[in-house]
Design a protein around this ligand. Structure first.
Ligand SMILES: Nc1ncnc2c1ncn2[C@@H]1O[C@H](COP(=O)(O)OP(=O)(O)OP(=O)(O)O)[C@@H](O)[C@H]1O
Length: 611
């Protein structure tokens, strides 16, 4: 699909100057979170910063005392030098203390940053888990998640910036007090030199944020291209199909367009920034001349001259730092708002109190005229599905690719709610049960199960993570799914790291992975078993064995099998044949063959293939 020539920030996405201050509202909550991450470190950091803030003015003041004392000594021959050395010792002490405090601040900043970044990343993982699949698949939610996730390091910088800002404010306050005491006019000059460049900074930083925000999904695409372009999982296909050029060009195109937009803002910011800075330099020299005149007129001592020019110079630097930090904070605080927006995302709570699940399933599941369209899509996938899956029954779902078999399973598991119609368990709408308690009753393996690059033990235990240390149960599940052979085949047994991403990891074959994933379904003593194409990668003997065991092990348990292999399907008590979202046949293998409909046709087609 051709892209628009150059996507700039739309009016709706543009963040105004006023908006850019909005992020500041999140700062108090941010600090509560940091405090919770490390109360002791936080208190230590604040205390060190408060002390350190008075360092510059104290040093300048002692400098003034030293110079005035030297002048006095030069004028009064033979005077006692004790005071001078006391001042020098004081300055040395102050310099050492300031250095020490600086180190304490850096150390506690770093440690607090680590703790906070860990805590906020964990919060994001937990929140993402609370979201429904519908929300996670919605690109808008996904963008929010992305912004919250990718800005972790910026939040850590924000922390030290805000703390540094508070310190700088104190420091600036103390320097200003000194200036006001001797020469109030200097303050006016000072602000004149700083304010224009401050406004410039705020303006451009909010523009940069707007741009980054309006490009969230493009940046997601860039990340994705980076991922498939350099990844062991995709390397085979990328090499085989010679995709490198295609991927690199696509990446370059998109990245370059972002670069151009960003460059435009950066150049303007730098141009205007330079101009306003010039104002600052001129005003410094204006102030310098003023102080020199006052000193020559005998209104100020030499010590006061160095104190004032030193204070002015320092203040200018500090104020500039204060203002530019202010814009940096405003910018990061807007990202912070994204993070809190994500953490506060509304998770639709059930309207009614959940009802308790039945102790044991007695009647089974019933679909009543279920229609379903995926959120954000217009194509109906299920079109009036009605059937009953009796308690203890083994049912197979059969149908061509895209017929809606997996969708049926996702609805039974409550991942999505039907667009219309009802799904009942023992006569109660499944939406009335607590979702987690309800799903705990299921042992499921999906066709697109995930290959966790964890140890073999963990890969099986994810089916019931509370039993991670229960070796007996894990091995039992492995035996049931034939994964015990995999445990024997790998060097480290259950402790073998799987996949190639981590050190000493071992990759498994497709069939081995499938056996491991299948073991997850056996980790619980689940009342309902759902196997969605659990044998697609298995060899014929393994497949036969998996099913023979499955049938034996699930005697009396309700189960659903999705498979394209009729040798498997025929073992089910009843077979549901789905065609383009409608049930076209439902019955036993023999009944359906006799009927001579779609099932019989597909069965004979496959049987012919084996002859
Ligand atoms: N998350 C989703 N969002 C939108 N559409 C989806 C989603 N998942 C599946 N679909 C669409 O729903 C239809 C049915 O998919 P489903 O996975 O249920 O088919 P299936 O019968 O299990 O197919 P297969 O035999 O290929 O596994 C397909 O057309 C698919 O494109």
């Amino acid at each position: 699909m051709p892209r628009p020539a150059l996507k700039s920030i739309t009016e709706e996405e543009r963040i105004s100057l006023k908006d850019s201050f909005k992020g500041w509202r999140s700062i108090p909550r941010f600090f509560r979170e940091i405090y919770q991450a490390g109360p002791g470190l936080f208190a230590g950091n604040i205390a060190a910063r408060i002390l350190k803030a008075f360092g510059p003015v104290a040093l300048l003041w002692v400098g003034k005392l030293i110079i005035d004392e030297i002048v006095r000594l030069l004028q009064e021959e033979g005077a006692d030098m004790g005071t001078l050395w006391r001042y020098v010792a004081m300055e040395l002490g102050l310099a050492l203390l300031t250095d020490l405090l600086g180190r304490v601040v850096n150390l506690t900043d770093g440690l607090l940053g680590d703790l906070y970044s860990n805590a906020s990343s964990e919060r994001i993982i937990r929140k993402a888990q609370e979201l429904t699949l519908e929300q996670l698949e919605d690109p808008k939610f996904y963008d929010k998640l992305e912004r919250a996730r990718t800005q972790t390091s910026s939040r850590v910088n924000l922390m030290s910036n805000v703390l540094g800002q508070a310190e700088a404010l104190l420091s600036v306050g103390s320097l200003i007090a000194g200036l006001i005491f001797f020469e109030p006019w200097l303050i006016v000059l000072l602000f004149l030199s700083i304010v224009p460049s401050f406004i410039n900074e705020v303006r451009y930083s909010s523009q940069r944020y707007s741009l980054a925000r309006s490009w969230t999904s493009e940046r997601r695409e860039l990340d994705y291209l980076r991922y498939i372009g350099a990844n062991t999982l995709t390397a085979k296909e990328v090499k085989l199909f010679g995709l490198t050029g295609f991927l690199a060009a696509r990446f370059k195109n998109l990245a370059h367009r972002y670069y151009l937009l960003n460059r435009r803002i950066a150049i303007r910011q730098s141009l205007f920034g330079g101009l306003f800075n010039l104002l600052g330099v001129l005003s410094y020299y204006g102030a310098y001349v003023l102080i020199i005149y006052r000193t020559l007129g005998g209104l100020l001592t030499l010590g006061e001259l160095t104190f004032l020019s030193g204070s002015f110079n320092r203040l200018q630097g500090s104020l500039q730092g204060l203002f530019s930090r202010f814009t940096r904070i405003s910018e990061s605080a807007l990202y912070l708002k994204d993070y809190f927006d994500f953490i506060d995302l509304h998770i639709p709570a059930p309207e009614l109190e959940p009802v308790p699940l039945p102790q044991r399933i007695t009647r089974g599941f019933e679909f009543r005229d279920v229609h379903f369209t995926y959120p954000g899509s217009k194509t109906p996938i299920l079109k009036g599905v009605s059937f009953t899956l009796r308690a203890g029954e083994k049912m197979a779902f059969v149908g061509q690719n895209g017929a809606g078999k997996t969708t049926l399973v996702k609805l039974i598991l409550g991942f999505y709610t039907p667009t219309s119609g009802q799904i009942l368990l023992d006569g109660m709408d499944i939406s009335r049960f607590d979702p987690q308690a309800y799903r705990d009753r299921f042992g499921v393996i999906f066709q697109d199960f995930f290959r966790y690059e964890f140890t073999l033990r963990e890969n099986i235990a994810v089916g019931n993570i509370d039993a991670l240390d229960d070796e007996g149960r894990i091995m039992e599940a492995a035996r049931k799914s034939l994964a015990d052979s995999v445990v024997r085949e790998v060097e480290e047994g259950l402790e073998q790291q799987l996949g190639r991403r981590f050190y000493q990891g071992q990759e498994l074959s497709g069939g081995q992975w499938q056996k491991v994933a299948l073991a997850r379904a056996y980790m619980k003593d689940a009342e309902v078993m759902v196997l969605d194409e659990p044998t697609a990668s298995l060899d014929a003997r393994a497949e036969y064995e998996v099913f023979r065991r499955f049938i034996g092990l699930t005697k009396g348990r309700t189960s659903i099998i999705i498979s394209h292999r009729f040798s498997t399907v025929r073992m089910a008590d009843r077979i549901l044949v789905l065609d383009a979202g409608r049930i076209v046949e439902l019955g036993t293998h023999e009944e359906l063959l006799e009927k001579g409909g779609l099932y019989a046709e597909l069965f004979h087609l496959q049987a012919a293939g084996y002859q």
